[in-house]
Design a protein around this ligand. Structure first.
Ligand code: ATP
Length: 236
């Protein structure tokens, strides 16, 4: 089976800094795959290289078997990948509805309405706040909005960068439940997390990234019980 997303021997540089040193990763359709690693390991770089920003200096990025390495990010998104970047980056001055509109910018009005209702079903909290400005939402609600906005493009693959960052444990559980629900609706998930324990519990498979190299790959359960992973990422 062709993976929905594949990185083959990818190198990514910021000037002299080589952030990814020959990374190969595969995500299969229907999976939740997580990438864990320490601060500065290159997790964000890997996720963002998958959608062309930054561009891989060498190696290949494939989506559904087609090479997308040198596409512009907007073109990658058009092909069916959506990204929720670290820090969420919602539009603080726009309402919840207007933020979702921006996500569905290229949709026909009828599709836009249907997609927005789907987001509101997934996130009733957003439905209650549809006319509230994004900047006044709580951190968890902003994360919901960022995910909802990404879903407005009807992606087949959703890339999530640290969805739990800065959120209270209860809200994290809620966000992770919703991520599972999104997968169950047919969207493949690739997520980067510092919260390794939660992420590995959620994931079918995981990768461990250390200073720009993948050092381990296994099922979420096996990584959770792996001694080296426990010591380095799970607090013992
Ligand atoms: P964190 O968990 O702290 O967000 P990370 O694993 O996501 O870290 P990256 O943000 O991908 O790591 O950074 C990997 C390396 O690339 C780091 O050494 C970082 O300083 C460097 N780096 C990231 N972005 C840039 C940039 N725009 N310009 C120069 N160097 C960068």
């Amino acid at each position: 089976m062709t993976p929905i997303l594949e990185l083959q021997n990818v190198h990514t540089r910021y000037g002299q800094v080589e952030a990814l040193k020959g990374v190969s990763v595969a995500v299969n359709a229907g999976e939740i795959v997580t990438l864990i690693g320490a601060n500065g390991a290159g997790k964000t770089t890997l996720l963002m290289t998958a959608c062309g920003d930054p561009r891989a200096a060498s190696g290949k990025v494939l989506f559904e078997g087609r090479e997308i390495t040198s596409l512009q990010t907007w073109d990658v998104i058009r092909h069916g990948i959506a990204v929720v970047p670290e820090g969420r980056r919602i539009f603080p001055g726009l309402t919840v509805e207007e933020n979702l509109h921006m996500g569905g910018f290229f949709s026909q009005p009828e599709q836009l309405r249907a997609d927005m209702e789907r987001v509101f079903e997934l996130f009733p909290r957003l439905a209650e706040r549809r006319r509230q400005r994004g900047g006044t939402l709580s951190g968890g609600e902003q994360q919901m909005l960022a995910i909802g906005r990404a879903l407005m493009t009807r992606p087949r693959l959703l890339l999530l960068d640290e969805p739990s960052l800065g959120l209270a444990p209860q809200i994290i559980s809620q966000i992770f439940r919703i991520i599972e629900e999104i997968r169950d609706e047919g969207v493949t998930i690739f997520l980067v997390e510092q919260n390794a324990h939660r992420a590995l519990q959620l994931a079918d498979r995981g990768y461990v990234l250390e200073t720009g190299r993948i050092v381990l790959e296994d099922s979420g359960d096996n990584l959770l019980s792996n001694d080296a992973v426990r010591r380095a990422y799970l607090g013992g």
